[in-house]
Design a protein around this ligand. Structure first.
Ligand code: NAI
Length: 630
């Protein structure tokens, strides 16, 4: 005769995210002038007990004495605990209800608050083993039932012994007293539960570390809300990406590793094998060789606009989706461009330089307001269009040229030929993208086509402008001033020397590619990119991806979602659909899109499906990646 596994679950910091007595302390000490110090003392006592450094009775006596609690505080405590049930317990509520008859709560906490909280999850009072409070005639909590075995050291093991459960006994808990049941031989497996607290000593005794309930359900092949525990997905975060991104992944339950700088190709090759999500900025080169070592990589997040540091072709060939932050620093670039236009028209850089060197030059010659001047924008994309709006608000007369059909914003004038734009305007600002065809887009002949005495800005890509031609035009006075933020060869490290003969030209603003470098932009990137990456993991959504066919998917409702990424070669799609047709699966939705390299097919099927189908889909030749969402 075989028995199902039985799960013994701890309550404080396991079933709930918090220690109930800490919360009770917050409630009943709300108006106590010594609240902060008393709460701190309660937490310290709890931790000493958890680490096994204080006997449980000593810890409980000390905490109850500090609390001055009353029966009237209990309903609020229960309400607060219900809101703080551990995240992975909350999302698996349906399944906990299903398994409730195999679950016992064994806790050194108190039945008065545990029973109502776990009842919501289908766990009855007869499956709750815990202490009880002792009240005085005025309903003050003055102690606990000292006859209860759970108020004594080793109490949990005694309870488990008395329960005489059949089958394998698995204990899930965050504290030393939970491990004691395994040590006493009354349980066979101890899962150290680290979703809320990570106690190194306790973890060192664990048979298995469980960063969430999903992990336990997954390894025991039990029904659960999510197909694959997030804690098994390794996120590697490089290049000092903003802390918000790291916090986001950690809160979502991923296993996050952070390296402060960039990694070289060889270093990255060494660590990439187990990485599922790679987060980089512009310095880390993700080459084909790196990708060949990536066995589990699903996603690359470029926490910047540009993605030419990534071999996109190789990534796509491997079914790896790449996301970037196309608009997070748009506003920052535009603000710098506006500032530079004002600086250039007032010769400010030269005046500042002179004053710093002790020279007074109060001049009005060659100094202009920007109001009424004609600004010509080359490339009316995110940045160009935003610059158009802000510049117009400052009184500039805006013209633009773009190779694509673009809607002119405000009163901007669309120009159909680059040369016409160059001949018309007083200030030229370049905001094209870095496609190879744009290399040297602005050379000597384009500069010569500009009006004598006009101004020039490039905050797009270094390759777009012939700097030598610009320098010559600055020296001969054809161009009255220029602002350059991007260069053909940019140093990769801060503090590195920089040298170009254009440094000697007058009225030139040179900046080290800082157009998008503001705190606001970094924060927005750290919000935008992780959200897109997690959305891809959770739903398969590829909206805003750099290299995948873009599909915006509906939320998954009462269905399994099968995500199949395959080489775009003849016959693959037909095979997928043949398999669906010959299986008994009921398809509730299908979405598919291809690009030159890959096909992306998402099929939502009924919860009841033929398990062999998954294996067959995975084995179709040409399959790059296949995963199932629950
Ligand atoms: P975007 O892709 O939204 O806009 C580029 C526009 O240029 C598109 O409308 C495109 O049709 C147009 N275009 C491309 N080639 C053209 C050509 N030969 N002639 C006329 N129009 C052309 O890009 P976004 O976000 O506006 O960025 C623009 C540039 O700014 C990019 O090169 C980007 O790398 C750079 N950038 C620089 C930063 C810095 O720190 N300096 C920060 C952020 C972006």
């Amino acid at each position: 005769m075989s028995f199902r596994k039985k799960f013994i679950i701890d309550f404080d910091s396991t079933f709930t995210q918090v220690e109930a007595l800490d919360i009770l302390g917050e409630i009943c000490l709300a108006n106590d002038p010594e609240k902060v110090s008393k709460l701190e003392a309660i937490t310290n006592i709890t931790n000493s007990g958890m680490e096994g450094q204080l006997s449980f009775r000593e810890s409980l006596d000390a905490r109850i004495a500090l609390l001055s609690a009353h029966r009237k505080h209990l309903p609020e405590l229960v309400e607060r605990l219900q809101q703080r049930v551990s995240k992975s317990f909350q999302i698996n509520k349906k399944f906990i209800r299903k398994y409730a008859s195999d679950i016992h709560i064994v806790s050194n906490g108190f039945k008065e608050f545990i029973i109502p909280v776990v009842a919501d999850f289908g766990i009855g009072p007869d499956h709750v083993h815990a202490n009880t409070f002792v009240f005085d005639n005025h309903d003050n909590i003055i102690g606990f039932d000292k006859e209860n075995v759970l108020s004594k050291n080793g109490g949990k093991s005694k309870v488990l012994e008395q329960l005489q459960l059949k089958g394998t006994i698995c204990v899930i808990g965050d504290g030393f007293t939970d491990y004691e049941m395994r040590a006493a031989g009354v349980a066979q497996t101890f899962y150290a539960f680290t979703e809320n607290v990570h106690r190194s000593r306790v973890v060192s005794f664990a048979d298995h570390v469980a960063p969430s309930l999903d992990e336990i359900l997954y390894i025991n092949k039990m029904e659960r809300k999510i197909s694959y525990p997030k804690s098994r997905l390794n996120v590697l975060v490089l290049e000092n990406i903003h802390q918000n991104a790291i916090d986001f992944f950690t809160d979502e339950g991923y296993n996050v590793n952070v390296v402060s700088g960039a990694l070289t190709e060889a270093e990255l090759m060494n660590v990439i094998e187990d990485v599922s999500i790679l987060c980089i900025r512009s310095k880390t080169q993700v080459t084909q060789a790196v990708l060949e070592h990536a066995k589990r990589l699903h996603l690359i997040g470029a926490f910047c606009i540009g993605t030419n540091q990534i071999d996109l072709h190789a990534a796509t060939q491997k079914g790896i989706a790449v996301f970037n932050a196309p608009f997070s620093n748009t506003r920052s670039v535009v603000e710098l461009a506006i500032a530079e236009i004002i600086f250039l028209l007032r010769n400010l850089t030269d005046r500042i330089f002179e004053m710093r060197n002790g020279l007074w030059n109060k001049l009005a010659t060659s100094s202009y307001e920007i109001r009424g001047k004609k600004l010509g924008i080359i490339g009316y994309g995110n940045i160009g269009a935003q610059l158009s709006v802000l510049a117009e608000n400052l009184g500039l007369d805006v013209y633009f040229y773009d190779i694509d059909e673009k809607l002119p914003l405000g009163n901007a004038t669309k120009v159909y030929h680059l040369e016409t734009l160059l001949k018309t305007v007083d200030i030229v600002s370049v905001h094209v993208d870095g496609r190879p065809e744009n290399s040297q887009l602005i050379g000597a002949s384009e500069i010569n086509a500009m009006k004598p005495g006009s101004y020039f800005l490039n905050l797009s890509r270094g390759s777009v402008v012939d700097l030598d031609a610009l320098e010559a035009a600055l020296h001969n006075g054809h161009i009255a001033g220029a602002a350059i933020d991007v260069f053909p060869d940019e140093p990769t490290k801060n503090g590195a020397p920089f040298s170009h003969s254009i440094q000697s030209a007058k009225n030139v603003i040179l900046t080290p590619h800082i157009g998008g470098s503001t705190l606001e932009a970094q924060e927005d990137i750290a919000r935008f990119v992780p959200q897109k990456l997690v959305d891809f993991i959770n739903t398969g959504n590829t909206q805003n991806t750099v290299n995948f066919p873009a599909i915006q998917l509906p939320f998954l409702k009462e269905a399994h979602r099968l995500i199949h990424i395959h080489k775009n070669e003849p016959g693959v799609l037909a095979k997928i659909n043949q398999l669906f047709a010959s299986s008994n699966s009921n398809i509730v939705g299908q979405y598919l899109k291809t690009n030159e390299q890959i096909g992306y097919v998402i099929t939502d099927i009924d919860k009841v499906y033929d398990k062999d189908l998954l294996k067959q889909l995975r084995n179709i030749s040409g399959t790059l990646k296949f995963r199932v969402l629950y």
